[in-house]
Ligand binder design. Structure first.
Ligand code: ADP
Ligand code: ZN
Ligand code: ZN
Length: 788
């Protein structure tokens, strides 16, 4: 028997399927779709078995070393999807398969040195004096040269060991061996008797650790009872359930309003007729889209089918997860990055075993290994997080459509501010449009939105708060209502600049400024993670006139605290939410009104629902508007509309104040009117004029290298090739330097290709991949480019 295996080697040249011999003892247990360990060159790597066949030419084949799974982690559908994704995105098969499973199940390797014969060099000899196998990382740096020689002379060999795989968590329960106990065997009222009477009061086995802490007994007591045969120990696999200590009060389906009812009915009729229609649910903020999702899903699982519900990572707050848990309790698995590796692994296995019917998760949950999907829902479908920015560069909406055709189920895309691509498709009838035009709570109305013209208000050059916003905040504080403030910037802290010579303190590895983090007094790079202590002198002129510029959430918080000394502040950004559970705690504390003002980055704009928030302020609305990205206007409109939607969601009336230097811009005007249609019409004109999606499709070719000259040479080659091959049918732009021209010591360039119809495109670009698969220049493709 031969297994066809996709091996875990990231090198693009190895993007092939390899044959391995299935050893006799594995023949009966091995299945297609399991993970295995196989030899590859000198190393042992993980691989996915994608098919099994009977073979004849078995002599040359190396055998599979070990079976990692008994139950396949990839079913037939997912294997096929992985193969197709690899072709569609120009990524390797292994990258696609790994994208489908939780992080914890991806192999990690440890480099080791194996001693083959007596090394000549005495220091190398002493390395192996007690063992044949040494951790490569433990070898002293000074010896690496000698190690290299020993490797060349075949005295030692470099091998890779697969690091420990994440284990299942086992927990111990205890129970009585017989239901009836003869209490006379305990002469006194001792601890043993206490345990036995406790257990006899419980019908079910009791968690060992809980029993020990409740009764204050030791292991020894239990051991004695076990030895006597009175008590038995039961070991079961436990899921690390992140929601275990949370009680979710059961919620009931709400009576739907007319528009909601139409939406639910339309989707369900597609579910019943097994059509793979795509619906665009365009509903203003607070119009009750989530209630529509909940009721669609309820019907789907009542039919015995399963549902995938995607939510953007950032919005996958406990609020959303909580709403699904409350309605569906333990029929839901939740998958998102705030969970630990073990928790994610456990939640995912509940899906694999079909123990839950619903998965709520971020982008990668689109690969949930369900067998009979009845609906796939993607909330906030316009969000950039649905596009993966590393290989495989896929878009979750495209994967959803692929799976929907296989499962013959509808896809629902929901948003208050749909992407232009999606809305254009709905206009053309490719997608079916469903509209929710009113806020769902009967007394809630859309907030009033006003612009504050900062060209007039700004007296100093770093004005944080206009008079209008200051007064609005003061009023809310008096009325004991709550305020949400958005500081819309990509970074979240200020940068350091020299007042003498103008030097900005940059990352040594990337072409971006370092940002200052007050909490640990460090300067940090948001691209490569580089960190350094605060400098005292300018690296260029040695002057000590280094000053902070720019506005970060920390700085705004301090400023506001001075302005409103009695107000309680809370800050929500990457710094305050990185610790596990901290995001949830923040939200719950704000809900309990432990703070009056919540200041935050984009995070505060997404999906939150607070009863007493009546004012939303946007401090600098233009920051994103003028970026050199054709989606800048769309993103600004989306973010401002979303954050405005946080105000007045319930009975109290809401107000939104937006501080801007471009009040006449059509984005600002449309936000004030809260008019998506008007924005769509204006923005479509721009897209048509400049030839961008949805009028054209895009693809990009990205190159990077440590060697700038090599990069430029490669760009010339690519440029010529692209223009020769595609010049007549596509618009080719580039080479262009991206927003950040160097990341992690590697220089970067890209080409953008605009096309309407060019069946040869994929083939032409994949040729480039093959051409650049070796060498110092790294080339990759993106068929859904989002960030430049
Ligand atoms: P969206 O997802 O469109 O922003 P939500 O689903 O969060 O809107 O709904 C906003 C609020 O309206 C929530 O508090 C929700 O409980 C409430 N709601 C939704 N549908 C109804 C309904 N049919 N009747 C009463 N309240 C509703
Ligand atoms: Zn950096
Ligand atoms: Zn200087």
């Amino acid at each position: 028997m031969i297994a066809e295996v996709v091996v875990d080697i990231k090198n693009k040249a190895v993007n092939k399927v390899f044959d391995y011999l299935v050893p006799e003892e594995l023949r009966d247990v091995i299945q297609s779709g399991v993970r295995v360990l196989v030899p590859f060159g000198p190393r042992t790597v993980m691989g996915f078995v994608i098919s099994l066949k009977e073979g004849t030419e078995l002599k040359k084949l190396r055998p599979i070393q070990e079976l990692i799974d008994v139950v396949p982690v990839l079913n037939e559908e997912l294997k096929e999807l992985g193969m197709s994704l690899s072709v569609e995105t120009g990524s390797t098969m292994i990258q696609c398969f790994e994208a489908m499973i939780p992080n914890a199940m991806r192999a990690k390797y440890k480099k080791k040195l194996l001693c083959l014969s007596q090394p000549t060099h005495p220091s190398i000899q002493s390395l192996f004096s007690h063992t044949d196998l040494v951790d490569y990382d433990q070898v002293p740096k000074g010896l690496l040269k000698e190690v290299k020689k020993a490797l060349e002379q075949n005295e030692v060999e470099l091998i890779y060991e697969v690091k420990d795989k994440l284990g299942k968590k086992m927990v111990k329960y205890v129970a009585l061996t017989q239901p009836i106990v003869d209490f006379s065997m305990f002469n006194r009222a001792n601890k043993q008797k206490l345990v036995v009477s406790y257990l006899s009061e419980h019908d079910q086995p009791v968690l060992k650790s809980r029993l020990m802490s409740e009764l204050q007994v030791t292991h020894a007591v239990l051991k004695t009872l076990i030895d006597k045969g009175v008590v038995k120990e039961i070991e079961v696999e436990a899921y690390r359930d992140p929601y275990a200590d949370h009680v979710y009060p059961q919620s009931q389906a709400l009576p739907l309003n007319q528009e909601q009812a139409v939406a639910v009915k339309s989707v369900l009729s597609a579910v019943e007729s097994k059509s793979h229609d795509v619906f665009l649910l365009h509903g203003i903020t607070g119009s009750g889209k989530t209630e529509v999702y909940l009721q669609v899903i309820e019907s789907v699982i009542n039919r015995g089918q399963q549902a995938i519900m995607l939510v953007p990572e950032i919005a996958l707050t406990p609020q959303i997860a909580g709403r699904f848990k409350s309605r569906f309790q333990n029929r839901v698995a939740v998958l998102h990055s705030a969970l630990s590796m073990g928790e994610k692994y456990d939640e995912w296995r509940k899906v694999l075993k079909q123990e839950v019917q619903i998965v709520v998760g971020a982008r990668s949950a689109i690969f949930a290994p369900f067998k009979d999907i009845g609906v796939i829902i993607i909330d906030e479908e316009h969000e950039a997080t649905y596009k993966q920015e590393e290989a495989p560069r896929y878009h979750a909406i495209e994967v959803a459509k692929w799976r929907a055709t296989v499962h013959r189920c509808p896809v629902v895309l929901g948003s208050a501010t749909p992407s232009l691509e999606s809305f254009a498709r709905a206009q053309k009838g490719v997608y079916r449009l469903l509209t929710l035009s009113q806020r769902a709570v009967s007394l809630a109305t859309l907030p009033t939105v006003k612009l504050v013209d900062m060209r007039q208000s700004a007296k100093g050059d770093q004005l944080i708060l206009s008079e209008a916003l200051r007064q609005a905040i003061a009023t809310r504080l008096e009325r004991k209502e709550q305020v949400v403030l958005l500081l819309n910037r990509r970074g979240y802290s200020s940068f350091l600049q020299c007042r003498e010579c103008g030097e900005v303190v940059n990352c040594p590895n990337c072409d971006v400024s370092l940002t200052y983090h007050k909490s640990n007094q460090k300067l940090k790079c948001h691209y490569c993670g580089f960190e350094t202590f605060l400098l005292k002198h300018c690296p260029a002129c040695q002057s000590d006139e280094l000053r902070f510029f720019g506005l970060g959430t920390q700085k705004v918080e301090e400023y506001l605290q001075e302005e409103f000394p009695t107000a309680k502040m809370m800050r929500m950004d990457v710094d305050t939410t990185s610790k596990k559970g901290s995001h949830q705690e923040l939200i719950e504390a704000f809900e309990r009104k432990e703070a009056d003002i919540l200041i935050g980055t984009q995070m505060v704009g997404k999906g939150l629902d607070f009863k007493d928030v009546t004012l939303v302020g946007v401090l600098a609305a233009d920051l994103m508007l003028h970026l050199a990205d054709f989606r800048a206007a769309e993103r600004t409109f989306q973010l401002l509309t979303q954050v405005a939607g946080r105000a007045g969601r319930h009975e109290l009336e809401g107000e939104v104040l937006i501080q801007t230097y471009s009040p006449d811009h059509y984005v600002m005007q449309c936000v004030v009117q809260q008019n998506y249609q008007a924005f769509y019409v204006e923005e479509m004109k721009m897209r048509r004029r400049f030839g961008y999606p949805p009028y054209y499709y895009l693809a990009s070719v990205m190159l990077n290298s440590e060697d700038y000259n090599e990069l430029i040479k490669a760009c010339d080659q690519v440029n010529q090739y692209l223009r020769n091959q595609l010049g007549h049918s596509c618009v080719i732009i580039g080479p262009t330097m991206p927003y950040v021209g160097r990341i992690n010591q590697r220089f970067r360039m890209y080409f953008m290709i605009k096309y309407k119809q060019e069946p040869r495109l994929r083939g032409v670009l994949v040729q480039l991949l093959t051409y650049f698969q070796e060498g110092t220049v790294n080339l990759s493709l993106d068929f859904f480019p989002y960030q430049f």
